[in-house]
Design a binder for this molecule. Structure first.
Ligand code: HEM
Ligand code: HEM
Length: 177
């Protein structure tokens, strides 16, 4: 069944490309050239995706997958006990991970841009903050990839393929559609 619409998939893979480019360009000997543009495009992609989170197709909407703390904690307990249900859209932990990733990319784009303005150029605290956010994003990405791998294994489905084709096997009787 169709789950991830074209904009969700396009913004996801473009975000992967831009964030990777922004990160790799900070490594020694690579060349800082594309850093600022890649980071700014990443920020713009997040803005487009968040707007789509209001108007997009069913599983693109934030209201479909953002759950309260109680439901999220309950889901986390079930994951621990290996009794969690399969979700057709993002599961509650995946939903919060998506929000954390978007917020961090947005904060990186704003802090990076501010650092290049006359008013903030050379501000040590802003430089520190920007670098800290860069490392935070890397940690979140590691958690994101672990979550995708774990969920794919638990429910014996290829979530990466679903993010490419947009399609998933339809829900069974015990799944959350
Ligand atoms: C720069 C690195 C990455 C970032 C910032 C990132 C960010 C995100 C975000 C924000 C979402 C939510 C998508 C939405 O609702 O629009 C998502 C979902 C997803 N991402 Fe990534 N991602 C990254 C790398 C990857 C990579 C390398 C893979 C595959 C190997 C991947 C696989 C997925 C999958 C399968 C989902 C859907 C999860 C689900 O079924 O709930 N991501 N990612
Ligand atoms: C996804 C977005 C971004 C990521 C992951 C990112 C990551 C980083 C990291 C890790 C550093 C530290 C490099 C080092 O330690 O040598 C850095 C430095 C820097 N970034 Fe970004 N950045 C992003 C977006 C941006 C944007 C949008 C701009 C400006 C428009 C920008 C401007 C800068 C500048 C000027 C530096 C050099 C500051 C310094 O090292 O003193 N960044 N960035």
């Amino acid at each position: 069944m169709p789950v991830w619409d074209w904009l969700v998939r396009a913004t996801h893979w473009a975000l992967v490309l831009c964030v990777s480019t922004a990160w790799i360009s900070t490594l020694d000997g690579v060349g800082f050239g594309p850093h600022e543009n890649a980071g700014l495009v990443a920020g713009a992609l997040v803005a487009v995706r968040l707007a789509w989170g209001r108007f997009g197709s069913r599983y693109a909407r934030l209201s479909q997958f953002v759950q309260g703390p109680r439901a999220t904690a309950q889901y986390a307990r079930q994951v621990w006990q290996q009794t969690e249900q399969r979700h057709i859209g993002h599961n509650p932990l995946g939903g919060w991970m998506a929000l954390a990733l978007w917020a961090t990319v947005a904060a990186l784009a704003v802090s990076g841009w501010l650092y290049t303005t006359d008013a903030f150029w050379g501000e040590a605290w802003l430089d520190q903050l920007h670098r800290l956010l860069g490392w935070l994003l890397l940690a979140l990405i590691a958690g994101h990839l672990a979550g995708v791998a774990l969920t794919s294994r638990r429910h014996r489905e290829n979530l990466v393929r679903a993010m490419i084709t947009g399609h998933k096997p339809p829900p069974g009787p015990h799944d959350v559609a």
